[in-house]
Write a protein that binds this ligand. Structure first.
Ligand code: NAD
Length: 436
């Protein structure tokens, strides 16, 4: 585990390209903007702009054909001053140390904004899970968990699902972690991961939680703007956990999904695409491809659709200096982490397009992960109504804190959200001081 310094910022490319080496540097530019307004001390800037621990593991796994493959996995722990490290695991070919560092830092800001007693971490494996059998995926996951060893733990660092990892992957991690503990300690380790299946200690409402949080934010924005959601339109990039739930939960408000994109293609229909029906198709077919009740379109038609709300819910660096001038929405509600670059942000602000930043807008997932962790600690199982109501309260308060900071510091919502996070972290450092 080695500390490192950030490289200078440059503008990364959108989905078509993979030049994303500057994602962490882009995050730091937002951090600095907020730190300047908050007049954060130079000492705290040094601490918070650097990750605490970084683990890179290379581990062998036997494939179905009997050959061995060696995989590279990561776990970056950005900060734990407010509580155990917390953050997802991603299985994707683009996963690298820069991406994981950025995602880990965003988790620190997010848990502080949501006011839950966690820090920030993130991890993943650089691979395309679509290329492996179920048996191979299980062995890769279990061997990765073994390689992580005590880097994770229910009171230390608690992973969760992210891109291409869902409840099943979490169940394999939980089981592997428990089996490698002494028998008398295994039951204390149920909460080593969140986002688990219900049967092994998962929480009601965790699957939809991130999408539901996104929808709460959009609803509060609409109330603030006196903008009627009934009859409004939305476009969604990424129709996985976050994107599909956001679209489905917007439906009862009368918001029509008119354009949608995933890794396999893009669809549009000005009359509206039923997100529940599309989700059923994805469950059966694995992607939105071949959906018979909407027209296949160019990918750019989704991001550039003339809609009220655009929900990026796939990967980083989509709304950039290049693409932001072409957006035709009123509001960007970031379901994904880091979908907008520093330059993209500047252009949105200039063009008067409102923004609900990732560290606020997609916090619903980690909030319900916190509830899951609490239930595990207490050996309880809460009703979904209780989980949903508690989530709503957390989102309302977080939204309110960011709105207040935006007004007080006369700044955009991204900077305001970072200010809320840095202010909360600063207060803990002021109380603790630095050991020794
Ligand atoms: P997921 O794997 O369930 O879904 C990802 C979606 O993005 C899929 O529909 C996939 O096809 C699509 N996608 C991938 N590559 C694409 C490409 N090149 N072009 C277009 N679409 C592409 O993942 P998820 O959990 O929904 O995560 C999506 C985003 O939300 C990520 O940025 C993640 O970090 C963030 N997020 C997730 C959670 C959570 O609880 N799962 C919480 C907070 C934030």
């Amino acid at each position: 585990m080695t500390p490192r310094s950030a490289s200078p910022a440059a503008e990364p490319k959108a989905m078509s390209g993979h030049a994303k080496s500057s994602t962490y540097a882009g995050m730091l530019r937002n951090f600095e903007a907020a730190a300047d307004l908050l007049e954060l001390s130079p000492d705290l800037r040094k601490i918070l702009s650097t990750t605490q621990n970084e683990l890179v593991v290379h581990f062998p796994v036997r494939m179905d054909d009997g050959k061995i493959e060696v995989f590279t996995g990561y776990r970056v722990q950005h900060n734990n001053i407010r509580g155990p490290y917390k953050g997802g695991l991603r299985f994707h070919p683009q996963v690298d140390i820069d991406e994981v560092r950025s995602l880990a830092a965003w988790m620190t800001w997010k848990t502080a904004i949501a006011d839950i007693p966690f820090g920030g971490a993130k991890g993943g494996i650089q691979m395309d899970p679509g290329k492996f059998s179920r048996g191979e995926l299980e062995r890769i996951t279990r061997r990765f968990t073994f390689a992580l060893g005590n880097t994770i733990g229910p009171e230390y660092d608690i992973p969760a699902p992210d891109v291409n990892t869902g409840p099943q992957i979490m169940a394999w991690i939980q089981d592997t972690f428990q089996q490698t503990m002494p028998p008398s300690m295994r039951q204390n380790c149920v909460g080593v991961v969140t986002g688990k299946p219900l049967e092994v200690g998962g929480s009601q409402g965790r699957d939809k939680a991130t999408g539901l949080g996104v929808v709460h934010c959009i609803r509060m924005w609409a109330e603030d703007r006196k903008f009627p959601l009934k009859g409004a339109t939305c476009a969604v990039q990424g129709f996985g956990n976050v994107g599909s739930w956001a679209a489905r939960l917007l439906k009862p408000y009368g918001v029509k999904l008119v354009a949608v994109e995933d890794v396999a293609g893009a669809l549009a229909d000005p009359k509206g695409i039923d997100p529940d029906d599309l989700a059923a198709h994805v469950k059966k077919e694995g992607s939105i491809k071949g959906y018979p009740r909407a027209k296949a379109v160019e990918r750019s038609a989704v991001m550039e659709a003339e809609v009220d709300v655009l929900v990026p819910a796939a990967l980083e660096n989509q709304i950039t200096g290049e693409t932001a001038p072409r957006l035709r929405c009123r509001l960007v509600a970031e379901g994904a982490n880091g979908p907008t670059t520093f330059e993209g942000d500047r252009i949105l602000l200039e063009r008067g397009i409102d923004l609900l930043p990732d560290v606020l807008c997609n916090a619903g997932g980690v909030v319900v992960s916190y509830f899951e962790w609490l239930q595990n600690k207490r050996a309880e199982s809460w009703e979904v109504e209780e989980v949903d109501a508690k989530l709503e309260r957390k989102m309302v308060r977080a939204y309110g804190r960011v709105r207040e900071a935006a007004a007080k510091y006369k700044t955009g919502w991204r900077t305001a959200a970072y200010i809320v996070a840095l202010d909360a972290l600063q207060k803990v450092y002021e109380e603790h001081g630095i050991f020794p």
